[in-house]
Write a protein that binds this ligand. Structure first.
Ligand code: CP
Ligand code: NVA
Length: 303
C-alpha cells in the first residue's frame, strides 16, 4: 500500500522517531560527504499553489542529494491552475513521478491527491497542517535539548497550520503544549478534540501569552496572517496586540529556552528583532533541518 505524509496523525510515535533518527543520520552523512543516494534515478514532483523559499529549496536540494531529480511545478503555469480536476492531475503525475510534494490551500486537496495517486504524496503545507516543518522543529529540539521528553512547549500567536500540527505532535509524542491565542484565532476544533482525546490534559489553551510562556523550554510563534489571509493583516494586527514575542515575554521562559519560528518572520509583529537574533533563537538550525527531515521522509516513503 502506498504510504503518504499528509498529517502527523497518520503516524505512530515510533514511526516518527524513526524519521527523526534517519534525518540525524542523513545530516551527518551530508556534512561528512558520505554518499546516500537513496533516491537514485527517482523523480519527485514539487507542486506549489502558494509561495515558498525554504520548502522549495530544501526539497529540490534534498532530492538532488539523494540522487534523484526534483521537478518544480506551480499551479499558475500548469493545467492545475486552469481547473484540471485534482484526481486527473494525481493519476497522470503519478504515472511519471515516484513521489509528489504539494503545497496548497485546503487539506482536502492533498487528501484527494493521495486518494488518486499511486505514489507517495507529501504535504508541504496546507491551511490546516505543516507536518514537514514540525518534524524539522523536533529535530532541532532534540539537537539542542537532547530529547523532547519532559519539556514544556509553548505556542504564542495564531491558531494556524503550525499550531494545529504542534497539537498533533504533542498528542503523539506525549509532551506538554501550552497555546496562547487571541479569542477568535483558536486552533482547529477538530484537531484539538482529536488531541485531547488521545492525550488528555497535555494540551492547554489560554489567551494570555504569559501563562503559556512561564517556565517553557521551547517557544514557538509564527506570522499573524498566513498565506491566503493577507487581506486580514490590519484587523489581525489589532487582535494580536500583546502577542509579540519580545524580551519581556521571553524572560518568563526558562533562561535556556529555545525559540523557534518556521520563517518567514515579520520582525516587530509576532517576534522582535532582538529575540529572533538573540541567544535563545535557533531558527537557522530549524530552517536547515527542513532539508534533512524531508530527505528522511522521501527516502522512507518513495520506493
Ligand atoms: N517555513 C516554510 O515553510 O517556509 P517557506 O514558506 O519559505 O517554504
Ligand atoms: N503559517 C504560515 C507558515 C508559512 C511557512 C503560512 O501558512 O503562511
Amino acid at each position: 500500500m502506498t504510504r503518504h505524509f499528509l498529517a502527523l496523525h497518520d503516524y505512530t510515535k515510533n514511526e516518527l522517531d524513526a524519521l527523526l533518527a534517519l534525518a540525524d543520520d542523513l545530516k551527518r552523512k551530508q556534512k561528512e560527504g558520505i554518499p546516500h543516494r537513496m533516491l537514485a534515478d527517482k523523480t519527485v514532483a514539487l507542486i506549489f499553489e502558494k509561495s515558498s523559499t525554504r520548502t522549495r529549496v530544501s526539497f529540490e536540494v534534498g532530492v538532488f542529494q539523494l540522487g534523484g531529480h526534483g521537478l518544480f511545478m506551480s499551479s499558475a503555469t500548469s493545467q492545475m491552475g486552469r481547473g484540471e480536476p485534482i484526481k486527473d492531475s494525481a493519476r497522470v503525475m503519478s504515472r511519471y513521478c515516484d513521489g509528489i510534494m504539494i503545497r496548497t490551500f485546503g487539506q482536502e486537496i492533498v487528501d484527494e491527491f493521495a486518494k488518486y495517486s499511486t505514489v507517495p504524496i507529501i504535504n508541504g503545507l496546507t491551511d490546516l497542517f505543516h507536518p514537514c516543518q514540525i518534524m524539522a522543529d523536533l529535530q532541532t529540539v532534540i539537537e539542542h535539548k537532547k530529547s523532547y521528553e519532559g519539556l514544556v512547549f509553548a505556542w504564542v500567536g495564531d491558531g494556524n497550520n503550525m499550531a494545529n500540527t504542534w497539537i498533533e505532535a504533542a498528542a503523539i509524542f506525549g509532551f506538554e503544549l501550552r497555546l496562547a491565542c487571541p479569542h477568535g484565532y483558536e486552533p482547529d476544533q477538530n484537531v484539538m478534540a482529536w488531541a485531547q482525546s488521545k492525550a488528555p490534559g497535555l494540551i492547554t489553551l489560554t489567551t494570555d501569552p504569559k501563562v503559556a510562556l512561564r517556565g517553557a523550554d521551547v517557544i514557538n510563534t509564527d506570522v499573524w496572517a498566513s498565506m491566503g489571509q493577507e487581506s486580514e493583516q490590519k484587523e489581525r494586527e489589532k487582535a494580536f496586540a500583546g502577542y509579540c514575542l519580545d524580551n519581556a515575554l521571553l524572560a518568563l521562559a526558562k533562561p535556556d529556552a529555545i525559540v523557534l519560528h518556521c520563517l518567514p518572520a515579520h520582525r516587530g509583529e509576532e517576534i522582535s528583532d532582538s529575540v529572533i537574533e538573540g541567544k535563545n533563537s535557533v531558527v537557522w538550525d530549524e530552517a536547515e533541518n527542513r532539508l534533512h527531515i524531508q530527505k528522511a521522509i522521501m527516502a522512507t516513503l518513495i520506493k
